[in-house]
Design a protein around this ligand. Structure first.
Ligand code: URA
Length: 435
């Protein structure tokens, strides 16, 4: 098979066969097919799409690019959650320990920042020492001992997704429904969970800007899971403004610790409880989402989720003292306060622009090989709907690069729209799709 021919075939809108797709995935994963050819192929897929069969073939070859875990030896329901990507979306950090602390096993293989969105791996790695490069035997040992593991795609688990994900991030090919679906499902199948809760983000800061596209993605994810005999629920949640107040890796971990101690922003708590209640149902722990909600609130309030979070950090080599002293997660050294230039109400905070500003500050990557600055990012002081006075702080930005602060501050101020009329933000949960 010739790679240029396959690129042309997709560029001209034809369907690729199972053999052709696995040839491309295997060739790219092993390094035989170079980035520039796969970049062209991804762009062709971006514009011409993949049909249901091609998406299933792509998911399968990406899953088979590495080991596929068998969790049956645990004898328990294993349920994972995955977000399609948002800004300030740190929910996995609290959700995994909360659910695991009640006996539902959570095998979580997650990703790094992608495009303007953050990634759970980058966030949790801001805890000094935390190791996400888990080999399969280590991943399984953690699941057996703690009921919980958070890892990335190592050379062993869905390595094709690790390479493709990084390439999509820098080639403008992220927001394609089949590419997102195959990326997510290949990781999810490789980790061996029995059921999944998908948080499909909708709005300015999501890859799916409108509800119709988000529904299509949600239905695609749920149907791929169902075809493979797994349970799945997709919850559509609003991503027009960033979730919570913190955007940036260590800043989001601090906000999570605050939440696990009983504080934290209301929107973060709400999305956490909704997703946890579905995970409890899929995990067989409760029989309705109402019961799941009550259990989630009880587990959070009792401090049980916080203790599980500490155990998760320590058992993956991280410094568990962050739980008691989050100054270990100190923000980057240079900061600027952004003040409102008028009186009124915040009508919107553009989550996409916020994500781009966080990249500029160093919290995300501009090139695939870049390291993120763990302490960089934004802490908002306001949410959409809040009143604000001229001169009052709207946000504080942090970076280790002094030179970017002025431009970042200007862009962020423009992203926070102030008008003289109060608005009520979108509902947080827009829909639920069950398998
Ligand atoms: N999350 C993933 O794991 N992959 C994507 O492509 C988008 C969000």
């Amino acid at each position: 098979m010739l790679v240029p021919e396959l690129i042309l075939k997709k560029r001209n809108g034809a369907s690729l066969s199972e053999k052709e797709i696995s040839f491309l995935v295997e060739g790219y994963t092993s390094g035989i097919i170079p980035d520039y050819q796969v970049s062209a192929l991804l762009m062709a897929i971006y514009f011409k799409g993949l049909d249901t069969q091609e998406t299933a073939f792509l998911t399968k070859s990406m899953m088979e690019s590495g080991s596929v875990l068998d969790l049956s030896f645990l004898g328990q329901r294993c349920i994972d959650k995955h977000s399609t990507g948002g800004v300030g979306d740190k929910v996995s950090l609290a959700l995994a320990p909360l659910v695991a602390s009640e006996g539902v096993v959570v095998p979580m293989i997650c990703g790094r920042g992608l495009g303007h969105t953050g990634g759970t791996l980058d966030k949790i790695e801001s805890v000094p020492g935390f190791n996400t490069r888990l080999q399969p035997d280590e991943f399984l040992r953690l699941l057996k001992n703690n009921g919980l593991a958070i890892g990335g795609q190592t050379g062993e688990l869905a390595p094709a997704d690790r390479k493709l994900y990084a390439l999509r991030d820098v080639t403008g090919t992220v927001d394609s429904i089949p590419l997102i679906a195959a990326s997510i499902m290949s990781k999810k199948f490789a980790e061996g969970a029995h059921g999944f809760v998908f948080d499909v983000k909708v709005g300015a800061g999501a890859f799916m800007k409108d509800k119709a596209r988000a529904m299509t993605l949600a239905e695609t994810l749920v149907s791929i899971a169902k075809e493979a005999g797994r349970d799945a629920v997709a919850v559509l949640t609003d991503m027009n403004q960033p979730l919570g107040f913190a955007v940036g890796n260590a800043l989001e971990v601090s906000e999570t610790i605050d939440l696990l101690k009983g504080g934290g922003p209301a929107d973060y708590r709400e999305v956490l409880f909704v997703l946890a209640s579905h995970m409890f149902v899929l995990g067989g722990r409760v029989s309705s989402t109402q019961e799941g909600r009550a259990l989630s609130e009880q587990v959070l309030n009792s401090g049980q989720a916080l203790e599980k979070f500490r155990q998760m950090i320590e058992s993956q080599g991280g410094d568990g003292r962050v739980v008691d002293d989050d100054s270990i997660l100190s923000p980057s050294p240079y900061s600027t306060m952004i003040q409102s230039d008028k009186d009124g109400f915040i009508t919107s905070i553009d989550a996409y622009e916020t994500g781009m500003v966080s990249i500029l500050l160093g919290a995300g990557r501009q090139k695939s090989e870049e390291e993120v600055d763990p302490g960089a990012g934004i802490v908002f002081k306001k949410k959409a709907g809040d009143a604000v006075s001229k001169g009052e702080a709207v946000a504080v930005i942090y970076s280790r690069n002094k030179d970017v602060l002025t431009v970042a501050a200007e862009r962020l101020l423009n992203a926070c729209v102030v008008k003289n009329r109060k608005v009520f933000p979108e509902p947080l949960v827009l829909d639920v799709i069950k398998g």
